[in-house]
Design a protein around this ligand. Structure first.
Ligand code: GDP
Ligand code: MG
Length: 293
């Protein structure tokens, strides 16, 4: 490797729905982090790795900074703190239309304490006027961000406007991961996220937030993958909703998830889904541990 090679960890923070996953997926060109129109679908930290001739950026996609109403949310806060402490650059993403929300003010105040280089991205500028962009940029400049970038991640063809400033702040270092790796997460976790995404896409409020997915078996055979996963719900009454009339809904989720997993691994996928009940799993610490939160 060249001795002027740069490498480091970059934490992405911001309220649910501001476009963190969209940004990561676009930069990495692979579906590694989960996008869904509903907020808060990224509960775990997902790493994506971008490597070229001059740099390696390891992205940490942190879950939202949510009021600690459930134990789950306290765990999220812990994740955020840990990933920020270990990172070389912090990227704060916000929504140009909604900024500054209470969350944004709280987060920006909190971020000022970190001496890590910080980049603010004012995203979704396609949704607002030029005047609004100017006003929001002015508001953002009152915090101690090193760089502020107005952009539409969705419409931008080339995200170098963001990648170049990040690279500027990275330390000189050999790469942490083999250049072929896009993510160091096992396929088991991707499968889990893809199933969860399908639940989010197919149901309204209650079911998505009351469910969690755990992949119990992932057999990677030469010609196919055999996967078995449990979908945990909070109460018995939710089970018939998830199953649907004559099993229609669960079948729809299974087939859609098989298709998405197939797109990534390019092998036949046989997925088995089992529905289980654990009353109030979100509030129970032990249950959270078991689920990997
Ligand atoms: P996350 O919760 O921060 O990871 O947000 P997502 O990446 O899942 O994006 C939430 C929603 O915002 C999705 O429907 C995206 O398509 C949309 N979105 C992301 N970036 C932009 C943008 O630049 N412009 C517009 N109009 N929508 C965007
Ligand atoms: Mg996300």
């Amino acid at each position: 490797m060249e001795k002027n090679f740069k490498s480091g960890f970059v934490s992405i923070v911001g309220k649910p729905n501001v476009g963190k996953s969209t940004f990561l997926n676009k930069v990495l060109g692979e579906k590694i982090s989960i996008i869904s129109p509903k907020p808060q679908t990224t509960r775990q930290q997902v790493k994506g790795i971008l490597t070229d001739d001059e740099k390696q950026i390891v992205f940490l996609d942190t879950p939202g900074f949510v009021v600690a109403r459930y134990e789950l949310h306290e765990k999220m806060l812990e994740y955020i703190k840990n990933s920020l402490t270990d990172s070389d650059v912090i990227v704060f993403i916000t929504d140009a239309k909604k900024f500054p929300t209470d969350y944004d003010n709280q987060m920006c105040d909190w971020l000022q304490k970190f001496s890590t280089p910080k980049i603010a991205i004012l995203n979704k500028i396609d949704l607002v006027t030029h005047e609004v962009v100017t006003d929001k940029l002015h508001k953002l400049s009152q915090y101690n961000f090193d760089t502020i970038i107005p952009i539409s991640v969705l419409e931008s063809e080339n995200l170098d406007e963001i990648i170049a400033p990040i690279t500027k702040y990275l330390p000189y270092s050999p790469p942490y991961y083999h250049p072929d790796e896009i993510s160091d997460l096992p396929m088991r976790f991707f499968a889990q996220e893809i199933i969860r995404e399908q639940i989010f896409l197919n149901f309204r409020e209650e079911i998505p937030y009351a469910s969690t997915v755990v992949v119990e078996i992932y057999k990677d055979l030469p010609n196919k993958a055999m996967i078995a996963a449990n979908i945990w719900l909070e109460s018995k009454s939710q089970k018939p909703i998830l199953i649907g009339k004559n099993g229609m809904m669960i079948k729809k989720i299974r087939i859609a998830a098989e298709k998405e997993i197939h797109k990534i691994i390019k092998k036949r996928v046989k997925l088995d889904l089992w529905i289980k009940i654990k009353p109030n799993w979100r509030k129970k610490k032990n249950a959270l541990k078991e689920f990997g939160y």
